[in-house]
Design a protein around this ligand. Structure first.
Ligand code: GLP
Length: 242
């Protein structure tokens, strides 16, 4: 199946600019916009480029809403490994988005079940116009690991050893990496009108191969995107093995 569009960028910087341009153009078109955001090293360059474009154009973000994909369980926003912290550092601190419009799952909520249900309900109410995604080496998106139900909504997840190991590079030791997270589900992600999937680097070549093989299976979480009509895959040459 090839119902997605692939933008074949050259460098990481090119990939980041392609993504930033698509989002910037959409934000220019419509002041009232809902943006789904991802963490990880892959979208960092996109955040830099997008913040720069927005500030140069003096774009009004007063009606922008954002929803992040996921958060570790047990890390609060002051923890420099939390996704709250990441987003503040790489994006929100550079922009003027009303605090009340910024939504990130609370990994230290007392009642995590209520937290995930409320989050899903808010996404249903507001909608997501563009959702940005990175990808794990095993084809996971957000924190939906292989085997996750395609019908999953926002939920608490158990991280795989591979993901814990991959993400341990950001922590002092592997023991510090949380083993659980809260994450939009695969069905939640599919609710977005447009999805931008970023794949960068030679260590993600396998993940790109898994996706473009076209096989649709819960063993490859990203493969659900073949059932979505509006997916833009943006890769750099390393991810394509070129
Ligand atoms: C984490 C995040 C994902 C992200 C993945 C890859 O598992 N939950 O949303 O796509 O890491 O991150 P990186 O871009 O750093 O390789």
């Amino acid at each position: 199946m090839t119902n997605f569009k692939e933008i074949k960028a050259n460098t990481y910087e090119d990939m980041s600019n392609e993504a930033a341009t698509i989002i910037f153009d959409a934000l220019k078109e419509s002041k009232q916009f809902s943006l789904g955001l991802a963490t990880g090293s892959t979208p960092e360059g996109m955040y830099d480029a997008l913040a720069k474009k927005i500030n140069e154009a003096n774009l009004d973000l007063s009606e922008l809403t954002t929803f992040n994909l996921d958060e570790y369980v047990g890390l609060d926003e002051s923890n420099d490994q939390s996704y709250h912290y990441f987003m503040e550092k790489h994006f929100f601190s550079k922009l003027d988005i009303p605090q009340e419009n910024v939504h990130i799952l609370d990994g230290v909520a007392e009642d995590l079940q209520k937290e995930v249900e409320d989050y899903e309900a808010l996404i249903d109410e507001v909608g997501i116009d563009i959702q940005v995604l990175g990808i794990g080496r095993n084809g996971h998106i957000a924190f939906n690991e292989p085997g996750t139900d395609f019908n999953s909504l926002t939920h608490k997840v158990q991280l795989t050893d591979e993901t814990i190991e991959d993400n341990s590079r950001f922590f002092e030791s592997i023991e510090d990496v949380p083993t659980e997270a809260v994450s939009m589900g695969l069905q939640t992600i599919m609710k977005a009108k447009t999805i931008i999937l970023l794949i960068s680097g030679d260590n993600k070549k396998n993940a790109r191969d898994l996706f473009i093989s076209g096989e649709i299976t819960e063993d490859i979480p990203v493969s659900i995107l073949h059932n979505h009509d509006n997916v833009i895959l943006i890769t750099d040459s390393a991810a394509r093995g070129e």
